[in-house]
Design a protein around this ligand. Structure first.
Ligand SMILES: Nc1ncnc2c1ncn2[C@@H]1O[C@H](COP(=O)(O)OP(=O)(O)OP(=O)(O)O)[C@@H](O)[C@H]1O
Length: 880
């Protein structure tokens, strides 16, 4: 306490002293100004002894002061009180306490003031003829210099010389950059132009679905045409600023710096090939919304016959009758991984594409916003096949990130700070993006990149930013990336990503618009390829917004015939908004018992689909639907091989089923480990059956994200978390603790070792409501009651039991096997389905069911986080 008070007191006194000095300086400025404006040539002073009394507002002293100043400098004398006012502000701001303060600065400022006085007075003398002042408009200084220079350079030459000197002097004294001022002025002018354009040309917002929005496409192209010259102008100005940068030691990277608003080379490849590491790295050139006419979503299946929704829902119901496809279902699963059709698609389940003709997205954000009102004009209409993009809020004006000056300063500061930490590194390239700017560092030989990673927190502190993320490996480069948050963060709206070429061209079956990468390119992932997704992050990190954005991307692409949803929302908060959309297979589930039933139903449906696929001789749901479509084209109906005898049921195309669990930690807590098993079972082989899981949790701990879940859910997204341990739990590596929150995420695609940083697309509750309302107007959901009631469980279990007993032929034999299996488990002390499977040479499903039976009987524990079960019955019990 005692120790801390003196510095505090000294600090306060020092601040008071500075404020006192500043006030004094302002007082002098005001006195000087008043003395100058009230100058009267007849007042007593340097040049006049006319009258005794001075009329000057500051009295005799003012009269003398003004006389001397105006005689020496002419009107340039007014510069002095202005400069004093500026000096007062500087004293208050104390720039010399800033870390980048250089003692050379006051000398340069003083030099600037001298130059300013010289140039102003000379320009005054050159151009104004005034009698009111004792020595003309330029005073003695200006008059003498002007007559001298007039002889040498003439009127025009002298004017140009001193005007240039004047501009340079203003920059030196104030630190203002004329180029920035011109830039700002240009922006203001362009804004005014757009404002006017808005007034004279009312904008039609696309209230038609994509494919019917030809007029909007026209509008979009005319907007682009309008925006093009503006873009050129901005690029030019930015580049000039770069070139003029005088003292940068980072000139190397500056020449490579790609600023926003840059044109893309139209000959470049548009689609990033993720097999090619060179191309995986985000490029700065960004994609813009595609013309709306091109964004027409194609239906997966040409609906030759439009089935009634009742018939459709029945096709989803698991049948219990057939018992003949036990092993084939597993075989189907394995073979599905080698499906040539799926191989023909992207190698990794995500795409980022850029449009060849597209202008940079920042510019697009900027111009479109100027042309489009911030609020969507389209209301839910239920017209068209899919919702109109106009239901979503378009982007607000893109905020500028760092200027070239600031980037230079930041790069130098970064290098300097690293040197202070004992690391020699040079900024090699800078990539400004919408949310962060990546500085790529070339490290001196022998410097380990992990050293920088360990310094991430210290660097953030030293650079005065909330967080710094270090990217140790940048594919195809020898540099290390340091991602520093922008001073102003751009908001990325779902509208922007959904209207991008990447989303439009993505032939993904289940496209998820995630957001933009660090270079501002849209990132669209394919849930069908993932095939399941785990989303985790601390509360408030943007998970729910992220999940909403994913769901809306699906709802913007697929109708209920193509996609069905099961939503589980233990918090009764986030997903209930979707209640009533026709895609739902069941009302949004909030009761956890019902949630477990829903998962069981999914398992049964998966098994049913495997049997159907086996019967059709296809490997996955795409093959199944294609075959069915072929048959329908030929005018044939395919009988349901699983239908009960005498029942003339026919097969229908199978929709994808996406199960979204918003907080599966709660579910695991309430229902227990059973959920983990169900999820694992579903995750293991649901891909080929077209059933996909999105699991979200705000508790990234090992008891929630267990080994079993991780092993089965290979694609993960981590939003901001509080510790490196949490990040490791989700991604098996650190990094998520260095994120910025608000939708900032790390996306780890299946099989990738390095996560991709994505700034999540934002979508607010109103937008979700609008899309939901739009879908509700198109149709009502056709719920399958048995999903929640659990009735179907009996059917499915019966089916599964029959399937399991298929090897042996009857249920009785299975009963016999149960006793034997119990004996084996207790003897061996191994309660594992695979051990039973090997020992009794039965199928996995049957073995797993035997173990489940033992669990229900309390003989073995439920599955633990390491995937093992404990035998709860001692051996003596068995022998006794
Ligand atoms: N992509 C984004 N861009 C900008 N801001 C965002 C984004 N995503 C989320 N936010 C901001 O973060 C806030 C919290 O987001 P969200 O509700 O999705 O967090 P959460 O992780 O789901 O939290 P909880 O677990 O408590 O529900 C939002 O209200 C919004 O202001």
């Amino acid at each position: 306490m005692k120790q801390s008070s003196p510095p505090l007191l000294v600090d306060r006194l020092r601040r008071a002293a500075f404020e006192g000095i500043a006030l004094l300086v302002w007082l002098v400025a005001i006195i000087g100004f008043l003395a100058l404006v009230s100058f009267d040539a007849d007042d007593p002073g340097w040049n006049s002894t006319g009258r005794q009394e001075a009329h000057n507002l500051i009295g005799l002293s003012g009269a003398w002061l003004a006389d001397v100043a105006l005689s020496l400098l002419g009107y340039a004398a007014y510069v002095l009180p202005l400069w004093l006012a500026h000096l007062g502000i500087q004293i208050i701001r104390k720039p010399w306490l800033a870390e980048d303060w250089d003692p050379l600065i006051p000398s340069l400022r003083a030099l600037g003031l001298l130059l300013l006085l010289i140039c102003t007075s000379t320009l005054g003398a050159l151009h104004f003829d005034v009698d009111a002042l004792p020595y003309g408009a330029g005073g003695i200084l200006g008059e003498s210099l002007s007559s001298l220079m007039h002889l040498q350079l003439g009127q025009v030459g002298s004017t140009l010389l001193f005007l240039t000197g004047f501009l340079a002097a203003v920059s030196l004294v104030t630190g203002w950059s004329w180029l920035s001022i011109m830039d700002e002025l240009g922006h203001a002018l362009v804004e005014a132009g757009y404002w006017l354009w808005d007034r004279v040309q009312p904008v039609e917002v696309d209230d038609e679905p994509y494919e019917e929005a030809g007029s909007t496409a026209h509008l979009a192209s005319s907007r682009r045409a309008l925006s093009a010259p503006v873009k050129e102008e901005v690029v030019e100005e930015e580049v000039v600023e770069d070139v003029d940068e005088p003292t940068s030691s980072s000139a190397g990277w500056l020449s490579r710096l790609k600023l926003p608003f840059q044109h893309r080379d139209e000959t470049e490849d548009d689609v990033i090939d993720f097999d090619d590491p060179q191309k995986v790295e985000p490029r700065l050139e960004t994609a813009a919304p595609a013309p709306m006419a091109d964004t027409a979503p194609k239906k997966r299946q040409p609906a030759a016959e439009s089935p009634t929704s009742q018939a459709h829902s029945e096709s989803l119901m698991p049948h219990s009758a057939a018992t003949m496809f036990d092993e084939t279902s597993d075989a189907g699963d394995q073979s599905a991984t080698g499906d040539p059709q799926s191989q023909a698609q992207h190698a990794l389940p995500w795409t980022t594409e850029t449009s060849a003709e597209a202008p940079a997205s920042d510019l697009q954000v900027w111009t479109v916003d100027r042309l489009q009102p911030a609020k969507p004009k389209t209301l839910a209409s239920g017209e068209g096949e899919l919702p109109a993009l106009g239901l979503l809020t378009p982007n607000k004006r893109g905020q500028a990130s760092y200027s070239a000056d600031e980037l230079t300063a930041l790069a130098e500061l970064l290098q300097q700070r690293l040197v202070e930490f004992g690391i020699k590194a040079e900024v090699d390239e800078v990539m400004p993006g919408p949310v962060v700017t990546r500085f790529e560092l070339a490290l001196a030989p022998g410097v380990k990149s992990s050293k920088i990673t360990n310094l991430a927190k210290d660097l953030a502190r030293a650079l005065k930013v909330p967080a710094v993320r270090v990217v140790e490996v940048i594919a195809g480069k020898s540099t290390v990336g340091v991602e520093i948050p922008n001073s102003q963060r751009a908001m990325i709206r779902l509208h922007e990503v959904l209207s991008s070429a990447a989303f439009d061209h993505a032939r993904d079956t289940l496209p998820l618009a995630l957001g933009q990468n660090i270079a501002g390119e849209p990132v669209v992932a394919n849930l069908a390829k993932m095939p399941h997704l785990l989303v985790a992050g601390t509360t408030g990190s943007g998970k729910s917004v992220g999940v909403n954005a994913m769901l809306l991307s699906l709802l913007y692409r697929l109708d209920p015939e193509q996609l069905r949803l099961i939503m589980i929302d233990p918090k009764m908060l986030e997903l209930s908004v979707y209640e009533g959309i026709p895609h739902l297979l069941a009302p949004v589930v909030t009761d956890m018992k019902e949630a477990a039933n829903a998962l069981r139903w999914c398992v049964a449906e998966m098994e049913r689909r495997y049997k159907l696929m086996a019967a059709m001789g296809v490997r996955n749901i795409n093959g199944f639907n294609d075959k069915l479509a072929e048959a329908q084209k030929a005018g044939a109906k395919v009988a349901d091989p699983l239908a009960a005898e005498g029942d003339d049921a026919y097969l229908e195309a199978l929709p994808y089923i996406v199960v979204v669990i918003d907080e599966f930690a709660d579910m695991m807590m309430i229902v227990g480990k059973k959920v983990e098993e169900l999820i694992a079972r579903l995750a293991q082989k649901a891909r080929a059956a077209g059933i996909h899981l999105i699991l979200a949790t705000q508790r990234p701990s090992v008891d929630v994200i267990t080994g079993l879940i991780k092993a089965n859910v290979p694609t993960r997204i981590a939003f901001q978390v509080s510790s490196k341990i949490d990040s490791r739990t989700i991604l098996d590596q650190g990094g998520a603790e260095q994120l910025l929150g608000n939708g900032d995420m790390l996306y780890l695609p299946t099989g990738a070792s390095q996560p991709l940083r994505v700034h999540g697309a934002f979508v607010d509750d109103d937008e979700v409501h609008r899309v939901v309302e739009d879908w509700k107007l198109r149709g009502e959901p056709d719920y399958i009651d048995s999903i929640l009631s659990g009735d179907v469980e009996a059917a499915s279990l019966a089916g599964l039991e029959a399937e399991g007993s298929d090897n042996k032929g009857s249920a009785e034999t299975e009963d016999d096997l149960y006793d034997e299996a119990v004996a084996f488990v207790i003897d061996s002390g191994r309660a594992s389905a695979s051990a039973i499977q090997r020992r009794f040479k039965i199928g996995y499903n049957r073995a797993a069911r035997l173990v489940e039976g033992m669990e229900s009987a309390g003989l073995v524990s439920s599955m633990q986080s390491n995937g093992q079960r404990e035998v709860l019955v001692p051996r003596s019990h068995d022998s006794g």
